[in-house]
Structures are given as structure tokens and as C-alpha cells.
Design a protein around this ligand. Structure first.
Ligand SMILES: Nc1ncnc2c1ncn2[C@@H]1O[C@H](COP(=O)(O)OP(=O)(O)OP(=O)(O)O)[C@@H](O)[C@H]1O
Ligand SMILES: [Mg+2]
Length: 260
């Protein structure tokens, strides 16, 4: 059985969709453990199964075969799971309701917690969270999601993480909608969050350069499988698979300097 220090453990975990000729194996017999407070990046090209694996970690999909454990147990109680494991998704607009103000939705995030703080404390914690992601509270006062840019909305998702203080963060391409400068800021916030909240982070990206910069360990994915894993130095400086070599070729110039 998995030990207590394992946050996630996958044993031949597989996720297939559809039947017969239309069957897709999005995640194919993956085996791994992720330890408490580790930052692991899932890196791979489009369609390799990163988001499906992320959704298994969030308990949105259960493996069609094999086993998937969170802290030694299968994920059964979704709500309890989300108190501890929270996502930041590729498309922040899909995570907020367009018909409610941002502030009211940030406050509503407290609803998932076992005990809701007083109204005053909620307002204060929302303000602190906004400041933590470099947004002055008046900037979003009375505003709806459609009135903010993609980058600002991604920071709203991070503000929600500050509010909820989950044990585990699943960050699926959290910087896809922002320019290089804001991207560096968001990564800094993520690191700050990790330090403050002692979180475990699963970071998902196409960009192995970015993964190198933020992670303790890299998992390289291809066609649903983890084809290579190891420390950022091992994987990027001594790559063993062609898939990793191809990903290294694709590194945007801006991130090349991070890999010495
Ligand atoms: N709900 C679903 N039903 C059927 N097939 C799906 C479903 N979700 C994902 N897939 C398929 O599983 C495979 C992996 O998809 P996934 O979204 O995990 O890719 P990804 O690595 O996140 O790609 P990207 O980098 O473009 O986000 C793809 O072939 C996709 O079409
Ligand atoms: Mg994806």
C-alpha cells in the first residue's frame, strides 16, 4: 500500500474513452508516486494525455483500469477531495460564472470549506489574495469576468488558491494566456504560494524549459504514457528518449537561458 507521504500514487492507471474502433486510450498504464511538497511537471505535446491525467488527480475521472490513490486511498468523496486538491486550468473563463461579479465569486469559494469565516474575515482574505497576485482590490470592484483580460483572469484563479489554501495544486497550462512578463510574475506567485502554503504542485505544460525552471521532477508524456522521468537536470541534460529531444528542440528562446 502507498505510504502516508505519497500524495498521489498511480499503479498501471489507465483511462480510456469510447468503444471499439473509436476507443481512445488517453492515459495508458502509468506508474508514479508524487511526494508531499514536491513540484512535478507533466510535459508533452498536445493530445498526449496531460489534462486527462490532471482530471484523474482531481477525481473527475476514475481509472478505467489500474489504480489511482490520493494519500493512500482511492478518491471517493469529491467535495472532500476538492478541499485539498484545487485546479488552475488552461481557460480561466470556464472556471468563473460570467453573470456574477469576480469578488462575489471569490467570496463564494469559501463555501467549499468545512467552516466558513465571518463576512469581515472573508472580505479581508479576498483583499489579501488579490494583493498577493498583484491586483489592487479597487481594480476588480463591481467587475464581471468578461471585463477582465485572460491574464487578469488567470491571476483570479491564483487568488482563489490563496483563499482556499489547498494542500495540492494542479496547474494545467496556467500561463497560456499571458505575455512573457506576466508569465514570469505568475510563476513567482506560484513559488510564493508553494513556500507559504507548503503545497504539492503538479504543473502541466508543453514547454520543457518552463518545467525545468519550476520543478523538482519532470514526467515526460507521450501517447498516454510516461516515457521518461527524473530531475530537471537528468531529463534535460541527459535525455533518454526521442520524445524528450523533440521537446527540447521546441523550447521557446526566452526559456533557453534557464537551462544552463
Ligand atoms: N472526454 C473525452 N472523451 C473522449 N476523448 C477524450 C476526452 N478527453 C480527452 N480525450 C482524448 O484523450 C487524449 C488526451 O487528451 P488531453 O486533453 O489529456 O491532451 P493534453 O495532453 O492535455 O493536450 P493539450 O496540450 O492540447 O491540452 C486526446 O486524444 C483527446 O482527444
Ligand atoms: Mg490539456
Amino acid at each position: 500500500m502507498p505510504t502516508e507521504t505519497n500524495i498521489f500514487k498511480a499503479t498501471n492507471a489507465t483511462m480510456t474513452f469510447g468503444h471499439g474502433k473509436k476507443q481512445v486510450t488517453a492515459v495508458d498504464k502509468v506508474n508514479f508516486t508524487i511526494a508531499d511538497e514536491e513540484i512535478v511537471s507533466l510535459v508533452g505535446s498536445s493530445g498526449c494525455g496531460k489534462s486527462v491525467l490532471a482530471k484523474m488527480m482531481l477525481g473527475l475521472y476514475h481509472p478505467t483500469s489500474g489504480e489511482f490513490f490520493f494519500k493512500g486511498k482511492p478518491i471517493t468523496d469529491q467535495r472532500a477531495h476538492w478541499r485539498e486538491v484545487q485546479p488552475v486550468f488552461q481557460d480561466p473563463f470556464s472556471c468563473f460564472n460570467q453573470f456574477f461579479t469576480i469578488r462575489s465569486q471569490l467570496k463564494a469559494s469559501f463555501g467549499i470549506l468545512n467552516t466558513k469565516p465571518s463576512n469581515k474575515e472573508m472580505e479581508e482574505r479576498v483583499d489579501q489574495a488579490l494583493l498577493a497576485v498583484n491586483i489592487k482590490p479597487p481594480e476588480i470592484e463591481g467587475k464581471y469576468p468578461f471585463e477582465l483580460s485572460g491574464g487578469q483572469m488567470q491571476r483570479m484563479l491564483l487568488a482563489r488558491i490563496f483563499i482556499l489554501r489547498p494542500k495540492v495544486l494542479i496547474a494545467d497550462e496556467p500561463t497560456s494566456m499571458v505575455d512573457a512578463c506576466v508569465r514570469a510574475n505568475i510563476l513567482d506567485y506560484l513559488m510564493k504560494l508553494k513556500e507559504e502554503l507548503k503545497m504539492t504542485i503538479v504543473f502541466i505544460t508543453h514547454d520543457i524549459g518552463l518545467a525545468y525552471y519550476v520543478s523538482d521532477r519532470l514526467f515526460i508524456m507521450h501517447k498516454g504514457q510516461i516515457v521518461e522521468h527524473g530531475s530537471p537536470d537528468d531529463v534535460t541534460l541527459r535525455p533518454k528518449s526521442q520524445v524528450t529531444l523533440n521537446l527540447l528542440d521546441d523550447i521557446p528562446d526566452i526559456h533557453r537561458e534557464w537551462i544552463k
